[in-house]
Design a protein around this ligand. Structure first.
Ligand code: ADP
Ligand code: MG
Length: 279
C-alpha cells in the first residue's frame, strides 16, 4: 500500500530530526498562521554562563560565599540558569552544602534551606543594567547579592524567524519570562518586533489565547516547564528536545530532537505539502 501523506510527512519530519507525535499533530502544524517563540533555550542555546557575582555590601558575603549559597539552593533544579550557577561554583572548586526543602516555582526561581538559612534565587526586582539575565539571592528574606548570566543566540535563530515570517506573513512574537532589556536585544538580533517580557507561565498562555481569540492559529515553540501550559494551549506546540524539560516534551505535539531550530519551519512546510495531498 502507498503510505498516507500525513504518515509519510511524519517519517520525513523524523529525517529532519523532529518527532511528531500523531497524524493529527502533523496536520495541525500546516494549519498555523502565526508563530510565537520562547527566548531562553529556544532562540538562545539555553546554556548560559555566570558572568558576574555581586554580593551586596553589608551582606557579610564575598563572591565565593554568595555563589556557594546560590549553587547549593539551585542544585536540585533542572533550569538552565540553575545548571549554569552550579557549574560556576564547581569550576571555582567550591564545595556545596546540601539543600533541604527545595521548591521550584516555574518562571520565578527556587527556594531551599541551606545550612539552616532559607535561601531564594530568582527574578531580580530591579531591571537589569545590561544584556545579562540577572537573578537575586536572598537569605532569610534579606537580599544578599545578584548573579548575572549571559546566553548565546542559536546560530540559526535569525534564519528561523525569517523563515517563519515568510511562512505566516508576520514576524513571530517573542514570549519570555526574562527582563525586557535582554528580550529586546534578542528580538532585535532576530527581526522580531512584538516582544512580551517578564511573563509568568500563565501570561504566556494568555498571550497565546489572545492571539487565538483574534482568529489566529498559533504555533508556539518552547522548552521549559514554564512553557508547558502555552505548549498545550497553542494550536500546535513544539518543544526543543535537547535541553527541554520533561513536562515540555510530554505536552508538546512535536519535539525537535536534533538541536536545530530551522527544523521547525521545515516541518510546517512538510505538513502543508502533505495536506495538499490528502483528499
Ligand atoms: P524564559 O521564559 O526566558 O524561558 P523562565 O520563565 O524560565 O524564562 O524564567 C524567567 C525568569 O525567572 C528568569 O529570567 C529568572 O529571572 C527567573 N528564574 C526562573 N527559574 C529560575 C531559577 N531556577 N533560578 C533563578 N532564577 C530563575
Ligand atoms: Mg525557555
Amino acid at each position: 500500500a502507498t503510505m498516507p501523506p500525513l504518515l509519510s510527512a511524519i517519517a520525513n519530519a523524523g529525517r529532519h530530526g523532529v518527532l511528531v507525535k500523531s497524524a493529527v499533530a502533523m496536520e495541525r502544524l500546516g494549519e498555523i498562521d502565526t508563530a510565537a517563540l520562547d527566548k531562553t533555550g529556544t532562540l538562545t542555546e539555553g546554556a548560559p554562563e555566570v558572568t558576574d557575582v555581586r554580593p551586596l555590601p553589608g551582606s557579610g558575603l564575598d563572591a565565593d560565599a554568595l555563589l556557594t549559597l546560590a549553587a547549593a539552593a539551585e542544585h536540585p533544579s533542572e533550569h538552565p540558569l540553575a545548571r549554569a550557577i552550579v557549574t560556576a561554583a564547581r569550576t571555582r572548586g567550591l564545595p556545596l552544602p546540601t539543600a533541604d526543602d527545595f521548591t521550584a516555582t516555574p518562571g520565578q526561581g527556587v527556594t531551599a534551606t541551606v545550612a539552616g538559612h532559607v535561601v531564594t534565587v530568582g527574578r531580580a526586582a530591579r531591571p537589569a543594567s545590561d544584556a545579562a539575565t540577572v537573578v537575586e539571592v536572598t537569605r532569610d528574606g534579606t537580599p544578599v547579592g545578584t548573579l548575572a548570566l549571559t546566553d548565546r543566540l542559536r546560530p540559526d535563530a535569525a534564519a528561523t524567524t525569517a523563515d517563519l515570517t515568510a511562512l505566516t506573513g508576520t514576524a513571530p512574537t517573542l514570549l519570555t519570562g526574562d527582563n525586557a532589556r535582554t528580550a529586546a536585544l534578542v528580538a532585535e538580533a532576530t527581526g522580531i518586533t512584538d516582544v512580551r517580557a517578564g511573563l509568568l507561565p500563565e501570561d504566556k498562555v494568555n498571550a497565546v489565547r489572545d492571539l487565538e481569540r483574534s482568529g489566529r492559529k498559533v504555533l508556539f515553540v518552547g522548552d521549559g516547564v514554564n512553557d508547558a501550559p502555552a505548549l498545550a494551549a497553542a494550536h500546535s506546540g513544539v518543544a526543543m528536545g535537547r535541553a527541554g524539560s520533561d513536562l515540555a516534551l510530554e505536552t508538546a505535539d512535536a519535539v525537535v530532537v536534533r538541536d536545530e531550530l530551522t527544523a521547525v519551519p521545515a516541518v510546517v512546510r512538510l505538513s502543508r505539502t502533505a495536506r495538499r495531498l490528502v483528499v
